[in-house]
Design a protein around this ligand. Structure first.
Ligand code: NDP
Length: 387
């Protein structure tokens, strides 16, 4: 068996995916990729496959199978296509860890398949835990699978908890940059363009999460993600706006002591920690200099302007199918905003209408959640076309 950690990298052509490959390339003696996957970006997938030589690649869009297969025909790399293949390849024997960097609900099935096969998960795809946190964490426990957070805030909490196994958490604070519209009020955001919303002050990310950051839905999804990752009660999770994005999150213990994890924002650090925990690898990432940041500041989040954050807390408190419904509505509204079909503030308005229009199902099965996702998408799409 290989000494190197064998990684199945789902979503290799995205922001997290490409940064994960930078980490892999930096430590060729530690990591190898067995699987690379993309949705439609066949050109980049082919380029990555030639550079990293995985055993398998999957292109989710079946119409692109021929193109990828032709390009990799002589390279001794198996090529598969479609949603089913995406889930199946996570179960290959040689895989040690599945890094899920897919975006949205598409991450759910492959993550379940990987856990079923006993593979550890490095989780970037927060939507999976938002949609089915209870089912996923229960299944992971049954199968003895670890879920290592990649999201920087959750990685920060995870890092603060090292050595604290027996000490209960009193509270966590997830930090939020506040995004490009921090300090703005609703009347300032009436004519917001997607170009403005896509300009995040501190992080370079995929389009969906960048819009979610601008609307603060990202923080809402992270609150729900944290609940499941760390087994917290709703009231133990707080959000604090910290515009410099240096403190990545904070744990408060029962004696009142607080531990924070900090550093310059760079997703490669949490990605690599999720792959090397409990060890740390030496890096040449730029180091934080206190004198460049004489003021680290903190503010209360403005939930009256950024109502998506309030909606996420509400969905979490209702529980059951509601986080899944909110996530589905949000995927539709964000896509509609990116396609110039709705205005920025309508993202949260439609999300709220879909939540209000859905009946609570307290203990949903996985099947119920797939159904809830489809219905919420249909309802949100209808509202998008009627505005
Ligand atoms: P990107 O949009 O940059 O990349 C998404 C990846 O998933 C791409 O490889 C894309 O393929 C693939 N993909 C998209 N839709 C599908 C689908 N339906 N089926 C199969 N593959 C699909 O996203 P990010 O890398 O920004 O984010 C990935 C996840 O990580 C998200 O859940 C996000 O919330 C989370 N995250 C991201 C951070 C970041 O800094 N970017 C930080 C923390 C968390 P293709 O390129 O072909 O479209």
């Amino acid at each position: 068996m290989s000494e190197k950690k064998q990684i199945a990298l789902l979503g290799s052509t995205g922001s997290i995916g490409t940064q994960t490959l930078e980490v892999v390339a930096a430590y060729p003696d530690k990591f190898e990729v067995s699987v690379l996957t993309a949705n439609r970006n066949a050109d980049l997938l082919i380029e990555q496959a030639i550079a990293f030589r995985p055993n398998v690649v999957v292109i989710a869009d079946e119409s692109l199978y021929g193109k990828v297969n032709d390009a990799l025909f002589d390279a001794d790399i198996k090529v598969y296509a479609g949603e089913e293949a995406l889930a199946q390849v996570t179960q290959m024997d040689e895989i040690d860890v599945v890094l899920t960097a897919l975006v949205g609900f598409s991450g759910l099935k492959p993550t379940i398949a990987a856990i079923e096969a006993g593979k550890n998960i490095a989780l970037a795809n927060k939507e999976t835990l938002v949609v089915a946190g209870e089912i996923i964490t229960k299944l992971a426990k049954e199968k003895g699978v670890n879920i290592y957070p990649v999201d920087s805030e959750h990685s920060a909490i995870f890092q603060c908890l090292v050595g604290e196994f027996h000490n209960p958490i009193e509270k966590i604070y997830l930090t939020a940059s506040g995004g490009p519209f921090r300090g703005k009020k609703r009347e300032d955001l009436l004519e917001t363009t997607k170009e403005q919303a896509l300009k995040h002050p501190n992080w370079e990310m995929g389009a969906k999460i960048t819009i979610d950051s601008a609307s603060m839905m990202n923080k809402g999804l992270e609150v729900i993600e944290a609940k499941w990752l760390f087994g917290l009660k709703n009231e133990q999770i707080d959000v604090i706006v910290h515009p410099q994005s240096i403190i990545h999150s904070i744990v408060q213990f029962e004696d009142g002591s607080m531990k924070a994890q900090m550093g310059l924002p760079d997703m490669k650090l949490p990605i690599q920690y999720a792959l090397t925990y409990p060890n740390r690898l030496k890096t040449d990432f730029e180091r934080f200099d206190f004198l460049n940041y004489p003021n680290l500041t903190f503010e209360k989040p403005d939930m009256e302007t950024f109502t998506n954050l309030k909606l996420a807390y509400h969905a979490m408190e209702m529980g059951g199918n509601m986080p899944c419904v909110l996530n589905a509505a949000n995927e539709v509204t964000v896509a509609a905003f990116l396609n110039d079909k709705i205005k920025f503030l309508q993202i949260a308005e439609i999300n709220e209408a879909v939540l209000k229009g859905t009946e609570l199902l307290k203990l949903p099965t996985l099947e119920n959640l797939f159904e809830a996702d489809s219905k919420a998408r249909a309802m949100a799409s209808e509202l998008v076309t009627s505005v």
